[in-house]
Write a new protein. Structure first.
Length: 267
């Protein structure tokens, strides 16, 4: 096992990287899939140093904090003390555990697992399975095609230009889904009080069910049957061949199904 302590800007080559784990407090973490040699670039470190450990192809980047010191640091510091970029092979599995940090992961074909307490997560061009969780930060996914499971408490969830199975859950955060092509998987969206907005092409082939207890439902597709009564609002039906599945539910949030390029009013 090799170990380094980094307390300032530094570039470090990484050999034989087969797995990456990152744990940081207050900062910005960028993980990039590359066809070139893997490397670590740290542009800023304040507070506790960054520990780098490598063993049998596993690379671990972490800041070690005693719980009391961590609480004191977060209370006193507003800006992130650490900024780093890690370039890894595209087939390298990645795990992020971030406290008050923002994470960006791009260009990977492998599994990605990311958890953030109050920071945002941005996922770009990922073709492997992705699991992302955030308490209060937003989750944004662009071009994720290998399956996505994401959950927040109050953070917004935005999915753009993706495909495959999608499962999103939030308590009060809004969910927006805007794929660049017809949905082709199983898409499940749920909130307690957050609004849900889905925009799909006119030629979509979907089995659709939208449900809200007290929120309103709007649809640009007249093919969907509507049910509105106290305690239940629903729109359901089949679009095209119905090969995909779109299910959205909220207790009090509003739901909208939009048609890309449509000019007609919602019903």
């Amino acid at each position: 096992m090799a170990t380094w302590e980094i307390d300032g800007p530094r570039k470090l080559p990484l050999d034989n990287v087969r797995q990456l784990r990152v744990s940081t407090v207050r900062g910005t973490v960028n993980v990039v899939g590359t066809d070139g040699p893997p490397s670590l670039e740290v542009t800023q470190v304040k507070g506790r140093p960054l520990t780098v450990r490598t063993i049998n192809g596993r690379v671990e980047l972490s800041q070690d904090w005693h719980p009391q010191l961590l609480a004191l640091f977060i209370a006193r510091h507003r800006r992130g003390p650490i900024e780093l970029t890690v370039a890894v092979p595209r087939d390298c599995p990645v795990e992020l555990r971030l406290i008050a940090s923002d994470g960006v992961v791009s260009g990977l074909r492998s599994r990605v697992g990311a958890r953030a307490v109050s920071g945002s997560l941005t996922l770009v061009g990922l073709s492997g399975p992705v699991e992302a969780q955030s308490v209060s930060g937003a989750v944004e996914a662009h071009g994720v095609s290998g399956g996505l499971q994401t959950e927040t408490v109050s953070g917004e969830i935005t999915l753009v230009a993706g495909s495959g199975d999608v499962h999103c859950k939030s308590v009060s955060g809004a969910i927006t889904v805007d794929p660049d092509a017809a949905l082709d998987g199983d898409v499940t969206l749920s909130t307690t009080s957050g609004d849900i907005t889905v925009r799909v092409p006119a030629e979509s082939a979907l089995r659709v069910q939208f449900h809200s207890t007290s929120g309103q439902i709007a649809s640009a597709f007249p093919e969907l049957a509507r049910t509105d009564m106290p305690g239940m609002h629903m729109a359901q039906g089949v679009l095209g061949a119905g090969t995909g599945r779109l299910w959205a539910s909220s207790t009090s949030g509003h739901l909208a199904l939009l048609r890309r390029g449509a000019v007609e009013e919602l019903s």
